[in-house]
Write a protein that binds this ligand. Structure first.
Ligand code: ADP
Length: 850
């Protein structure tokens, strides 16, 4: 018993005969405590106290030896959420503990049942069932409600059929029989006469259920459709209201068929168009649309039909029956059938003939006004009574060099013409005040134009009065008084500006007569370059400034002038007063003076400096070329020397090495320790020398001849290098294919890799990484190591021949390797460089042009 109490997942409690709690499980407490506002133990009595049923009676029933189920008991937690539990009463043999009560949470099931019940209640859906075996009938609560029967009413097949109204009795009887025999379900809208003699429209649905080929029952529902009938009535009513609204609307309304026929029109349409309804139904809208408006109308209608727009509006003209044109505002929408085809169009038509005429009249008047307003030379502006600028004509805007937007809606005294002269602006303000109470004012005043000049104008302010004698606008007008004087002054000024520029220009100008060649005008630059005085030049002719041997160029100029009226970029020399010459580029064009004489404007640019620079540049170029040739020669000689020397040195060295080896093997045993060491030194020295010569030879052999270049796959090169190195200490990324010579490239990368392995702190394990860094114009290969690194100052030096940073005792080497690498990269038109950090390692970069 105890075990059951402890191990059950359901809450369990043990009670005695009178319902007192003897023991509860742990989860009994956790489950039921949230439903009670107390902290002490929840007893069976507590549960009983909130139940609608007498649970103790269930417990008593159980004493007889039966297992008893309680109905679902509802609990509310503190947040009023509903929970349901069923209790199972189990009799026990225990003397003291009579009954075991086991609780089961059935909340989920009960909530759903509850929901279903509520839903049917709200939808007024009743359920019924006919047991076809024993003819028993079952109605649920809602069905009983629909029939309005008293609670003790017992439905039978006969009295159920009896509730259906008149002819429906037979019909339903027939349906039920067909359902039993043929298994046909039914769904009908009919009427019943309720217990209280009310006629109630209902929908009745029945579905037979079969077992081993026999109909065992018919299940069905029943729903009141009173509301839907009301809807139908409402629809009828609104249809009628619509019909009235349609007929008597103040707006013309028409229903038009897909091909444009008038199907129905209201009174207003007949009024607007002058045709009767009958006459219109014989016509289409196309027949009475003015031809100029038809295309747009049809186009919009087409868009409407294709669903591109949902409605459209346009202003159009119809032919009235009396032959006149009627302006109308037309709005069209579309009504479609279920399959999407067009059922008809609904058109609203408003007569706007009068509005259009009125609009046109206003437009005409406006246009007239603006033409006059803007074509006046006088400055005219319209102000409101407070002096705010409402409109202004173009003459005034041009005078002030301002746009309309910059001045409109501003007080006149704050606009560009007035605002810089405080005294005048104040005066204007006062005068506007006077004009606003009806005075006309006129006075001379200075205003500022667009160039910042103060110009005197004859200015007036005239009030515009409405019918009630109120000033609504003020008309401001201004006329320049000193037009002519002002204009002259301006020309004079601009001419003197031009003259200054002309004189200061570094380029020379000569104005000469086309016919006679007499010089009419020159600028200062001509005086500076020719060293003649201005007076002297003005007595000369154009050709007097040119040395004789250049006369042929003058005739070239003359030909160009007569052919095209100008000449350009002609090189010629000019004379100076010192009898020397200077080279120049000259351009020219024919012009006319006020008297109609033909003149030439020539523009002369002294190019002596340019020429000198060119000559110097040429000379420098020549020198560089010569130096290059020299360098090339000495390089070649040097390489030849290195090649011969290293080659020729090999022979004696081989002799020294082999004889020393002979001496060592034959007489070595006779030497004392010192002697043996000396022999060893000689052998080592010879070996080093062999390495040196070998490397030098390799260096001198790298040829200039790039004709042997081919596509070299760097992956192959590095695979070969890797195979030479015993330990797998190189990590190689996929590499590109470059244009070059295979053997030198192999030596290049082998050298760098070997250096990376060699220049390490003793004991450290070398790691070499080879990477490909593609760039726009070059392929860059980087080879990094984790070696000792190179001092910043020595970075350049290591690529020089015989340059070593360490002695032989530290690291062996010849100092040729990197010089060779550099030479190989040079031959490939590439670059080699290194980045390094002492103690961390170095990265060598080799870049190949793409
Ligand atoms: P060597 O035969 O002496 O190695 P190299 O021309 O190959 O001649 O290199 C020149 C010098 O550059 C070396 O003596 C060494 O001091 C320095 N050097 C070259 N590679 C490295 C490297 N990976 N790390 C550190 N120092 C280097």
């Amino acid at each position: 018993m105890k075990n059951l109490l402890l191990n059950s997942t359901n809450p369990v409690c043990i009670i005695n005969e009178s319902g007192d709690t003897l023991k509860v499980s742990d989860n009994w407490l956790t489950v039921f405590t949230p439903f009670f506002k107390k902290n002490t133990q929840i007893t069976f009595q507590d549960i009983n106290s909130i139940s609608n049923f007498d649970l103790i009676e269930y417990a008593h029933k159980c004493l007889v030896g039966d297992v008893i189920h309680s109905p679902a008991i509802r609990f509310f937690d503190l947040r009023f959420q509903e929970f349901w539990f069923e209790f199972l009463f189990l009799p026990t043999t225990d003397q003291l503990a009579h009954t075991l009560v086991i609780a089961t949470d059935v909340s989920e099931r009960e909530r759903q049942n509850h929901l279903l019940l509520k839903a049917s209640e709200i939808a007024q859906i009743g359920c019924w069932e006919i047991n076809t075996i024993n003819q028993a009938i079952f109605w649920d609560e809602e069905t009983t409600k629909i029939h309005e029967t008293p609670s003790d009413f017992i439905p039978t097949y006969e009295n159920t059929i009896d509730f259906f109204k008149g002819e429906y009795k037979d019909r339903i009887d027939k349906y039920i029989k067909e359902a039993i025999i043929y298994g046909i379900p039914f769904d009908e809208e009919i009427e019943i006469v309720s217990y209280t003699k009310q006629v109630i429209p209902i929908r009745i649905v029945g579905k037979p259920e079969f077992h081993e080929g026999n109909c065992i029952r018919i299940l069905g529902i029943m729903q009141v459709i009173k509301n839907q009938t009301i809807l139908k009535q409402n629809l009828e009513q609104s249809k009628k209201t619509f019909k009235d609204a349609f007929e008597f609307s103040g707006i013309g309304m028409a229903i038009v068929s897909p091909n444009g026929k008038w199907l129905n029109v209201n009174k207003k349409v007949q009024e607007i168009l002058g045709f009767t309804k009958e006459e219109l139904t014989l016509l289409t809208f196309q027949d009475i649309t003015y031809y100029e408006d038809l295309d747009l109308d049809l186009d919009l209608l087409d868009q409407l039909v294709r669903g591109e727009i949902s409605s459209y509006e346009m202003k159009k003209r119809y032919h009235h029956k009396n032959g006149s044109l009627v302006w109308a505002k037309l709005s069209v929408s579309i009504v479609r059938n279920d399959d999407g085809s067009v059922k008809h169009f609904i058109s609203q038509i408003q007569d706007i003939t009068r509005e259009i005429e009125f609009e046109k009249e206003i437009q005409d008047q406006k246009e007239k006004f603006w033409t006059v307003f803007n074509s006046s030379y006088q400055f005219t502006a319209l102000l409101n009574a407070n002096g705010i600028l409402l409109e202004i004509n173009e003459a005034a805007l041009n005078f002030g060099k301002v746009s309309r937007d910059e001045v409109i809606m501003k007080p006149l005294w704050k606009t560009t013409w007035w605002k810089y002269d405080v005294i005048n602006a104040e005066k204007l303000k006062k005068n506007i005040l006077l004009a606003s109470v009806g005075e006309t004012i006129r006075y001379d005043v200075q205003v500022m134009d667009g160039d910042g000049q103060m110009i005197t104008v004859d200015f007036s302010l005239k009030p515009v009065i409405d019918t009630e004698k109120k000033v609504i606008y003020i008309l401001a007008e201004a006329r320049i008084i000193e037009d002519y004087i002002q204009a002259l002054k301006k020309i004079g000024e601009s001419e003197s500006k031009f003259r200054t520029l002309f004189e200061l220009s570094p380029v020379g100008f000569i104005l000469s007569d086309l016919q006679t060649g007499e010089i009419k005008d020159i600028n200062q630059s001509i005086v500076r370059n020719t060293l003649f005085s201005r007076e002297k030049i003005l007595q000369m002719k154009f050709k007097d400034l040119v040395p004789r041997e250049h006369y042929p160029t003058l005739s070239q100029i003359e030909t160009q002038l007569s052919n095209k009226g100008y000449f350009d970029s002609i090189e010629i020399e000019y004379l100076t007063s010192k009898n020397s010459t200077f080279p120049a580029i000259v351009d020219g064009v024919i012009t006319e003076d006020k008297q109609g004489n033909k003149l030439i404007w020539s523009v002369i640019q002294n190019i002596s400096e340019l020429k000198e620079n060119q000559a110097r540049l040429y000379q420098l170029n020549e020198e560089i070329k010569e130096k290059n040739a020299h360098l090339f020669r000495s390089n070649e000689e040097l390489e030849q020397f290195a090649s011969i020397a290293s080659h020729d040195l090999q022979e004696p060295l081989r002799m020294i090495s082999s004889f020393i080896s002979l001496i060592d093997s034959k007489y070595g045993v006779h030497f004392d320790d010192k002697g043996k060491r000396y022999i060893q030194f000689v052998l080592e020295g010879a070996a080093r020398m062999r390495l040196l010569i070998h490397n030098l030879l390799a260096y001198s052999k790298v040829s200039n001849d790039f004709s042997k270049a081919e596509w070299v796959d760097l992956n192959d090169i590095f695979a070969e290098i890797q195979s030479l190195i015993r330990e797998p200490i190189i990590e190689i990324q996929p590499l590109p294919i470059v244009m070059g010579q295979k053997t030198p490239l192999f030596h290049l990368f082998k050298n760098i890799v070997q250096n990376g392995i060699k220049y390490q702190k003793s004991g450290s394990i070398p790691i070499i990484r080879v990477n490909y860094l593609p760039a726009e114009k070059e392929d860059i290969i980087s080879i990094s190591d984790n070696g000792i690194g190179i001092e910043e100052d020595s970075i350049e030096q290591i690529f020089h021949l015989f340059s070593r940073l360490h002695n032989q005792e530290e690291y062996e080497g010849s100092g040729i390797g990197l010089a060779l690498c550099k030479k190989i990269m040079d031959r490939h038109n590439g670059r080699i460089w290194v980045e390094s950090e002492v103690g961390k390692g170095s990265i060598f970069y080799c870049s190949f042009p793409k």
